[in-house]
Ligand binder design. Structure first.
Ligand code: GAP
Length: 526
């Protein structure tokens, strides 16, 4: 349905109706930054609320965090962002435009050549703006925005705006673990702003320089701990019920797949059709060296199938990095694990050790590392592993706008045609849940009744009062805002208390009592 949407028409509707404005438009705008207007801010709030409800409030095993955007710069050294969070960029020496080298190659059906940390453009790459072959060699460009803390702008005051919300969760792991009364497996969720100095912001809000993320770090035991505790490690081949409650014998592979399924269910629940959602499994050479698996949940945007969210199995990389760089332990202690190890016979322990060392060395780790890990594990101690579902709020808002946009041709009784623009948001996501209209504004009794009904609905949901123009025009304005229902208060309301309820998608109208209306909205909005 959406494949033919013209993004310029969608952007123009978003501006006209107050969803999205160019940041600093008054002064000519600033590339890669966007503001959300009255309807857009409600839409984003609903998205974040739906995410928080699904990921935190409706679970017993996830808690929240709200950390600062600027953190100690050592965090970015430990995470690898200070040295490695870079994109390769090229400049056209003729027209002076700048591009991301990997995207440039991809658009021309080529692949950027990578040897170690050096990039080379393949033969015949041209500037997409002017066609020149006179391009610089690709250079690495760190995407983090730099700032200074305090009045003196010297090297000791350098800090970075966070390029992801995730690192604060790792850096605060010990405090959260000490206070949340959770045991592994459990997760920590955070939503908030992230900043990346993207070389080429593009596709409207899709790739921005300031954006919001919704991230979960879900901490799990290493498979070796599961084996000691349960006697085996469940894998996907064991066909676990991923829709059911998580089980203590799940290994990382099952937990990873579980979160992929949870996240797909979330996207379907807020209205993205199954057919427009795709999974892209990163292949061996695309995976970061510490990652066991990473899958992107993609959406069929009008400009192509693109990433909404990445779900990575990141092993114990992040906490181990912070342990090394901070010098502070990031281990948890599990009494049951210690007891399970104690209950093993020496032969069983020797076999377990030999199997673990073999598995670790097959993954490119050293036998010494495996032995050190096992020594701790048998005492009940380990650094948790993590599964990370990481979503972009702005990308999801854009996907929901693309999905909702529709132009419908209507033919009236006289055969006259007209086009209706409508945003078919699901009720839970719609910025305005109901428009409330007095049929006329010059009848005090009717007007007062309509205000009373508006006040009652507004207490529960974001509603919109509109008394201007013909009812048909008021309906159309609400259609463009994506409002699922319109409630008209008329003379009959004064007699029997019923109102006219008009439904956005079918445009059908029914008379309904106020109590029935409230029950209907309650059920649909959830
Ligand atoms: N902590 C992992 C992480 O940040 P990522 O794949 O770089 O992973 C996660 O980012 C999500 O954040 C992406 O799937 C996307 O939805 C969103 N995102 C990343 N860069 C973005 C940008 N420049 N503009 C808008 N959203 C972005």
């Amino acid at each position: 349905m959406n494949k033919n949407i013209n993004m310029e028409i969608l952007a123009s509707l978003c501006k006209r109706r107050g969803f999205i404005f160019q940041s600093s438009e008054l002064y000519g705008g600033i590339n890669g930054f966007w503001d959300y207007g009255p309807l857009g801010s409600e839409l984003k709030r609903n998205i974040k609320d739906a995410w928080w409800k699904a990921m935190v409030r409706s679970r017993e095993d996830v808690v929240g965090l709200d950390a600062t955007i600027i953190m100690h710069p050592a965090i970015w050294k430990a995470s690898g962002h200070a040295d490695g969070f870079a994109d390769p960029m090229v400049d056209c020496k003729d027209c002076r435009k700048r591009f991301r080298a990997d995207q440039l190659c991809e658009e021309q059906g080529k692949q950027l050549i990578k040897e170690g940390s050096t990039f080379t453009l393949p033969e015949g790459t041209v500037c997409p703006a002017c066609g020149s072959k006179n391009l610089t060699a690709p250079r690495s460009f760190n995407l983090m925005f730099k700032t200074y803390v305090g009045p003196v702008e010297d090297d000791s005051a350098v800090a970075w705006l966070r390029p992801e919300t995730a690192q604060a969760i790792f850096a605060q792991f010990n405090n959260i673990y000490a206070t949340a009364r959770q045991k592994v497996p459990f997760g920590v969720a955070q939503t908030g702003k992230s900043f990346r100095n993207e070389i080429n912001p593009r596709n409207y809000t899709f790739r921005s320089r300031e954006f919001e993320q919704m991230e979960l770090e879900f901490f799990i035991p290493p498979d070796e701990a599961v084996e000691l505790l349960c006697g085996h490690v469940a894998t996907l081949a064991d066909n676990p019920d991923l829709a059911g409650a998580p089980q203590p014998d799940w290994g990382w592979e099952v937990w990873h797949r579980y979160w992929v399924e949870q996240r797909l269910a979330f996207y379907r629940a807020i209205g993205l059709p199954e057919a427009d959602l795709h999974l892209y499994w990163q292949t061996g050479d695309e995976l970061a060296h510490y990652a066991r698996a990473c899958v992107d949940i993609e959406y069929a945007f009008p400009f192509g199938i693109q990433e909404l969210e990445g779900i990575a199995a990141r092993s114990d990389f992040d906490l181990t990095q912070h342990q090394k760089h901070s010098g502070k332990s990031m281990e948890v202690f599990d009494e049951a694990l210690k007891n399970a190890a104690k209950a093993k016979t020496p032969d069983e322990l020797a076999a377990f050790r030999a199997k673990t060392v073999a598995a670790w060395t097959a993954r490119g780790k050293t036998a010494e590392d495996a032995d050190a890990f096992l020594d701790k594990l048998l005492e009940g101690k380990y650094v948790p592993h993590v599964i990370e579902p990481s979503a972009g709020t702005d990308r999801l808002a854009l996907a929901l706008l693309c999905n909702a946009y529709d132009e419908e041709t209507l033919t009236d009784a006289k055969g006259k045609t007209d086009t209706r623009t409508v945003l078919r948001f699901s009720p839970a996501i719609a910025p305005i849940k109901a428009g409330v209209f007095p049929l006329v504004k010059n009848k005090p009794e009717l007007y007062a009744k309509a205000r009373e009904i508006f006040a009652r609905l507004q207490r529960r949901w974001n509603c919109f009062w509109d008394e201007a123009g013909a009812i048909g025009r008021r309906y159309r304005r609400m259609d463009e805002a994506g409002t699922p229902w319109c409630v008209t208060v008329d003379f009959q309301t004064l007699e029997d208390g019923t109102v006219t309820l008009r439904e956005r998608d079918s445009m059908t109208q029914e008379r309904i009592t106020l109590d029935a209306l409230v029950a209907k909205l309650d059920e649909a909005i959830g």
